[in-house]
Design a protein around this ligand. Structure first.
Ligand code: B4P
Length: 185
């Protein structure tokens, strides 16, 4: 059973580490970024609404993202756990998540905070080269992170759920640190 949030700046390695956590613990990864990119690729109405915000490096509106998470957490494969990757990204999303998990009777176990220096992030994302990985959009995403997502560090710290993990080094080194943090949770 693993019920966690992976919190970190864009490009901090949330998606990379989630894939390893899925293999190790056998619970599904729920990435709002992946769900949104699928909706964009399929050209659904939701995807069309999300695309402009994603291309500009802004957050997609809460009603879209919270609605997607609500639907996903009601699916039976999440009964024995989940890895939330890239959600929540704002205080209002965190409050919506608390409410949802309370209704489902599945409280969070902990929040792993991947810490990576912003200049390292710019280099990683320029190397990745996804559609929203140009330098202007990356810097915009980092400033949105500082303004809207970083307050979640204190939010979860106050609730005794925060596990800070250094997100630099090899993928395996970081994964070993995450596993050690989860063992303590
Ligand atoms: P996301 O899909 O969440 O993308 P991300 O934050 O850029 O990626 P991540 O942290 O997972 O990094 P990754 O492992 O890929 O969001 C994209 C957009 O969707 C947002 O800007 C927003 O518009 C929208 N969105 C998503 N969720 C939302 C929400 N809740 N509310 C509103 N809007 C939302 O790693 C990045 C790169 O680093 C990769 O190339 C990887 O190979 C490399 N890397 C990983 N680990 C490394 C290591 N240890 N050393 C060197 N390189 C490494």
């Amino acid at each position: 059973m693993l019920k966690i949030v992976l919190l970190g700046a864009p490009g901090s390695g949330k998606g990379t580490q989630s894939a390893k956590l899925v293999a190790e613990y056998g619970v599904p990864q729920i990435s709002t970024g992946d769900l949104l990119r699928t909706a964009v690729a399929e050209g659904t109405e939701l995807g069309r609404k999300a695309k402009a915000a994603m291309d500009a490096g802004r957050l997609v509106s809460d009603d879209i993202v919270v609605g997607m998470i609500h639907e996903r957490l009601n699916a039976p494969d999440t009964e024995h756990g989940f890895i939330l990757d890239g959600f929540p990204r704002s205080l209002s999303q965190a409050e919506a998540l608390d409410e949802l998990l309370e209704t489902l009777g599945r409280p969070l176990q902990c929040v792993v905070h991947l810490q990576v220096d912003h200049e390292e992030i710019v280099q990683r994302l320029l190397a990745r080269g996804r559609a929203d990985d140009n330098e202007d959009t990356i810097r915009k995403r980092l400033s949105v992170f500082q303004e809207q997502t970083e307050p979640l560090v204190e939010y979860y710290q106050q609730r005794g759920l925060l596990k800070p993990v250094a997100g630099v080094g090899t993928v395996d080194e970081i994964f070993a640190r995450i596993k050690a943090a989860l063992d303590e949770a």
